[in-house]
Ligand binder design. Structure first.
Ligand SMILES: [Zn+2]
Length: 322
């Protein structure tokens, strides 16, 4: 792809710049979707936004993705296994009773696990269908709405988790700033987002309408520094697809010089991730086999579930987490 110098329709959410290049003009559905990268810092976003983010998540998101509000056993079990993986990433932070905020609670599987372990759990979820379902099924202490508007006390949480939510928000810097304010002085914020440097998916699947922003470790770390958070560590998933960063409160840092070269680095990775290279690797075939195994294992789990709490209790006990 030829480098394509453009002006963005909005300032860069990280550095305020306007100089961008197009990285892609198609979403994974094949529809037109312009994805740009800031030349100054390397932040990647959909420009212009393909939808009104608030409307999209409040009403349409679950319908657009799962076509139903009545979850099937296989969807709850999948989400329960993801919750177990997330718990494994943070369990070292839960050695005593904690006050935990989970932002974007979704179906409630992770929040329910944390609550079942005896921690004081607060959830927040913008989607009414998800929110009402999980509050009723699991008895979660939950607010339905957006984190920017939530009625929560400043400096009141030991641990805040935000799993695969930040990339969906229209103003991720403001969201991180709000979360910074909610942390106790010795609190920890755990942010997980897809890694824009990942090459585990096919090139055509890299960008889609739901993800307004795309990060690498440099842009996520720097966005934290801008609002008074310092990254104590980060981890990449085995396939490189997910980036998990642990932040602590710190002084606000204004210096963004560290990001020189970041746009070139990301641009080279994204443009170098061609179909030919992708399908020469073993990973896509292993991924396909994994999906096939999963669909065989999930035979008979296509029915809507009456008691999802009992299903999760059984799963969490099976893995000896409860
Ligand atoms: Zn920028």
């Amino acid at each position: 792809m030829q480098a394509n110098q453009l002006e963005s329709s909005m300032p860069c959410n990280l550095c305020g710049g306007h100089h961008v290049e197009a990285l892609s003009n198609r979403s994974r559905s094949g529809a037109a979707l312009r994805t740009v990268i800031c030349k100054d810092c390397g932040l990647v976003w959909s420009d212009p936004f393909p939808h009104d983010p608030r409307q999209f998540y409040a009403d349409d998101y679950r319908l657009a993705y799962k076509q139903t509000y009545a979850p099937k056993a296989k969807h709850i079990l999948r989400a329960g296994r993801v919750a177990l993986e997330r718990h494994a990433k943070i369990k070292h932070l839960l050695q005593q009773r904690r006050r935990v905020l989970d932002v974007g609670t979704g179906g409630g599987e992770f929040a329910y696990l944390i609550q079942s372990l005896g921690h004081e759990l607060q959830g927040i979820e913008p989607n009414k269908g998800y929110g009402e379902y999980s509050a009723a099924q699991y008895g979660l202490n939950l607010q339905i709405g957006f984190i920017q508007d939530a009625a929560l006390d400043d400096a009141s949480f030991d641990l805040v988790t935000i799993w695969h939510v930040l990339e969906h928000t229209e103003d991720p810097s403001a969201v991180l700033g709000r979360l910074r304010g909610l942390l106790k002085p010795d609190g920890i914020l755990v942010v997980e987002v897809p890694n824009v440097e990942a090459v585990c998916q096919s090139p055509a699947s890299s960008f889609h309408e739901a993800h307004l922003f795309n990060f690498n470790a440099n842009t996520l770390q720097r966005m934290g520094e801008k609002v008074g958070l310092t990254a104590s560590e980060y981890r990449l998933s085995e396939d490189g697809g997910n980036l998990t960063m642990f932040f602590k409160p710190a002084e606000v840092r204004a210096d963004s010089a560290a990001l020189s070269g970041n746009a070139d680095r990301i641009g080279a990775i994204v443009r170098g991730h061609t179909n030919l290279r992708h399908f020469m690797r073993a990973a896509p075939y292993l991924r396909f086999l994994k999906k096939l195994q999963r669909s065989i294992a999930e035979r008979g789990l296509n029915q809507p579930v009456a008691d999802s709490k009992a299903l999760l209790d059984r799963l969490y006990r099976e893995y000896r987490v409860l």
